[in-house]
Design a protein around this ligand. Structure first.
Ligand SMILES: NC(=O)c1ccc[n+]([C@@H]2O[C@H](COP(=O)([O-])OP(=O)(O)OC[C@H]3O[C@@H](n4cnc5c(N)ncnc54)[C@H](O)[C@@H]3O)[C@@H](O)[C@H]2O)c1
Length: 371
């Protein structure tokens, strides 16, 4: 199978995203080429990755001093406290700035490990090996690193770019269907905000992701999805304006996750799926999008039996909590909640165009959760 490469170039960045079946096999060569002075590697691993991959990665790193850190990922890992203990251990093992941190895992390991890499000695080489669909299409791209605060999700972090993103499609074979759905949520978001044709393709091909694992279809979907994300990131790396469009559905999602205390009951991608429906319903009642647009998106969800299941997470009791967490979203610059709405599939409103007071948001939420 062909390996796809995306060369990322912006004002401050230059790195490559490599996507393909078996692409892990080129880690050794790439590390040698990109970080020639590296002697020690801090390998930050997701515990749930199948052993054969862990062995394969370690084999490629034979010539280095490798310090392995394995974590069971959950949102509680993304904390200052856990980051600090990893930093102290890296210092104890005396990794220099020429050495390299390699993260292998989903978005949680990626956000956490890259945050640590970005502040360790003011920045150490970073190679990212995303192992979930969500991480391959979204979290490993764009340079956002994060840990959570008790006040809200991803409120502490940096912008830091890796030397390389290596996406091996075979890693996705061991993912649960639930986690494939999470990645699909971000892929769907990319199509909804930017590319109507891609949305149609996803509607047609979704079973090739969920039912029959078709590597060619997956490779193309991941490639297109990364390109859409990059089209926003490259214009606005530090999220001052245009990049905020990528947050479509996410302000609701972060509120829902926080109100559920980041428990395993609902994960990020599932919250994003709910968030996108709420944002589209709101777009409809504000006369920003048509009923036809809303129906097309809801139909895709209903086919997946997702919508009904997920909306059960929203009830009158936790609406206030959700809105309270939405108030601390990073896109807000005053007391109002700043939302991206949808005009039609492929086109959103501009950042800052639609802002709601918390009171208005509570009222509107009551309307849009049961339609
Ligand atoms: N930095 C960004 O730009 C950005 C963007 C989107 C999401 N995120 C963050 O990403 C996180 C969610 O990421 P996620 O959905 O990948 O969740 P995750 O990291 O929790 O991974 C999901 C589950 O899959 C398991 N797993 C990982 N790789 C596996 C494999 N190959 N085989 C079997 N199991 C595997 C993990 O152990 C975990 O149980 C959230 O914290 C979110 O805030 C960050």
């Amino acid at each position: 199978m062909k390996i796809n490469k995306i060369y990322v170039k912006s004002k401050n960045t230059r790195y490559t995203i490599i996507i393909g079946k078996g692409s892990l096999g080129i880690l050794k060569k790439q590390l040698n080429k990109l970080c020639p002075r590296t002697k020690k590697v801090g390998l930050i691993l997701d515990k749930n990755i199948p052993n054969n991959f862990k062995i394969k990665i370690k084999k490629q790193l034979k010539k280095y001093n490798v310090y392995v850190y394995e974590f069971l990922p959950n949102e509680r890992l993304k904390s200052f406290k856990k980051a600090n203990s990893l930093l102290e251990s890296l210092i104890k093992n005396n990794l220099s700035r020429n050495d390299t941190i390699i993260t292998v895992g989903g978005g949680i390991i990626g956000d956490f490990g890259s945050f640590v890499a970005s502040i360790y000695k003011r920045g150490i080489n970073l190679i990212s090996i995303p192992s979930t669909l969500l991480a391959q299409v979204d979290s490993s791209i764009g340079g956002k690193t994060a840990v959570n605060s008790v006040g809200g999700k991803n409120l502490i972090g940096t912008f830091y770019q890796p030397k390389l993103v290596l996406s091996d499609l075979t890693l996705l074979k061991s993912l649960s269907k639930r986690n494939l759905v999470c990645g699909f949520a971000e892929i769907l978001k990319h199509s909804i905000i930017k590319d109507g044709k891609f949305f149609k393709k996803l509607d047609k091909d979704k079973n090739k992701i969920f039912e029959n694992f078709n590597f060619n279809v997956l490779a193309e979907i991941i490639f297109r999805s990364c390109k859409i994300k990059l089209s926003f990131v490259n214009k606005d790396e530090k999220e001052q304006n245009e990049r905020m469009i990528l947050n479509f559905g996410h302000t609701f999602a972060h509120g829902i996750e926080a109100a559920n205390k980041y428990s395993g009951k609902i994960n990020h991608g599932e919250a994003v799926l709910i968030g996108m429906i709420l944002a589209t319903r709101l777009s409809f009642i504000k006369k920003v999008c048509s009923k036809q647009t809303l129906d097309k998106i809801e139909k895709l969800y209903l086919n997946q039996k997702l919508l009904k299941k997920f909306l059960n997470f929203l009830n009158k009791n936790n609406l206030n909590k959700i809105v309270n967490f939405m108030e601390v979203d990073k896109k807000n610059y005053d007391k109002k909640i700043n939302l991206i709405l949808l005009k039609r599939i492929g086109k959103t409103t501009k950042p800052g165009q639609y802002r709601f007071s918390p009171k208005e948001m509570k009222n509107v939420l009551k309307k849009i959760i049961r339609f």
